[in-house]
Design a protein around this ligand. Structure first.
Ligand code: ZN
Length: 325
């Protein structure tokens, strides 16, 4: 516990973040309407809600750390993060608004990224579907049976045979392990929880041009990284549309993170005993220990925060690291 000048215990402050927005060829303007964000333009694809990455380092909003970058807070106040080890804040939380299809891609695992990408982390990620068109699908996995077949299908551009599309609906949750071919499709809005890494190998970009040129592809790195055969589709998608209210549901526990969902209507009390807890407010209005929370906000509840009382009507997704307890 922190102590004040009279040696009384004080509860550490909530860390609210100023998100960073990214313009993308496939982006749109829907996040302004949905979450009340001030977007830099009408092709905004990503909101980095909780991020401490060289390509996007959020600042803290309000409180004693106002204006400080999350990466510096991680470096200088590790006690807020349960004194975890590691040279960087481990997770990255984004909202993705796909007006157009995203490229079909794959991420390396830690070992491959460390070896070939200057010591970067690999990327495991998961998606909570905030919104999607009726009869939407996402690309998750592929149909090649052997690496040889994978190579052939990619080199011959047989995308329809290769790419596996799985049906999704609002409220679905999808885990994307490294080596999984994946893509978010037009019209989908997603909350992504991922390892703090930005290493993406693009396999196919629908032959699109940006400023008259195709975006770079990483075909050989992709072929080397893709898991063959792909994991069963049923093992990747969970339907969560009817989660019971006022309960803390764990959506996934993998080596890098644990993700939770809470649909609150009334009040809920718990003890924040994780090294830290990322929270994104997906819907509603309410409060945490009396401090207002509103749709579109992202915050970190620091270590030793202790007793937390959530009140109101709130839909939250939260995450933390998976440490052996
Ligand atoms: Zn990805």
């Amino acid at each position: 516990m922190l102590l004040d000048t009279n040696q009384n215990e004080v509860q550490p402050q909530l860390l609210f973040l100023n998100p960073i927005f990214k313009e993308m060829v496939w982006g749109g303007a829907r996040m302004a309407e949905q979450f009340g964000y001030e977007l830099p333009g009408t092709d905004t694809g990503e909101c980095w809600g909780i991020a401490a990455h060289p390509n996007g380092d959020d600042t803290i909003r309000g409180g004693i750390y106002d204006g400080m970058k999350l990466s510096s807070l991680w470096n200088t106040h590790r006690e807020l993060f349960g004194n975890l080890e590691g040279d960087r804040f481990p997770l990255l939380i984004k909202i993705i608004d796909a007006k157009e299809n995203l490229s079909i891609q794959v991420h390396p695992d830690d070992a491959r990224a460390a070896r070939y990408e200057n010591g970067s982390l690999g990327k495991t990620e998961c998606w909570y579907v905030l919104d999607c068109p009726k009869d939407a699908t996402l690309v998750v996995g592929h149909y090649a049976k052997t690496r040889e077949e994978l190579k052939q299908m990619i080199h011959e551009g047989r995308w329809n045979e290769l790419i596996r599309e799985v049906p999704i609906q609002k409220g679905d949750f999808i885990q994307i392990d490294p080596g999984t071919v994946h893509a978010i499709t037009a019209g989908c809005m997603i909350l992504e929880t991922q390892q703090n890494s930005d290493i993406t190998y693009r396999v196919y970009d629908y032959d699109r041009l940006t400023d008259g040129k195709p975006r770079e592809l990483h075909v050989e790195q992709s072929i080397a990284s893709i898991l063959v055969p792909a994991k069963n589709a049923d093992d990747s998608v969970r339907h969560l549309a009817n989660l019971a209210q006022n309960e803390w549901h764990e959506l996934i526990a993998c080596p890098y993170y644990r993700v939770f969902k809470l649909n609150l209507n009334g009040s809920y009390e718990m003890n924040q005993s994780y090294p830290f807890l990322n929270v994104s407010v997906l819907n509603g209005n309410g409060s945490l220990n009396g401090q207002p929370l509103k749709k579109g906000e992202h915050l970190i509840i620091p270590a030793k925060y202790g007793k937390m009382k959530l009140e109101g009507e709130l839909e939250l997704v939260a995450s933390t690291v998976n440490v052996a307890s």
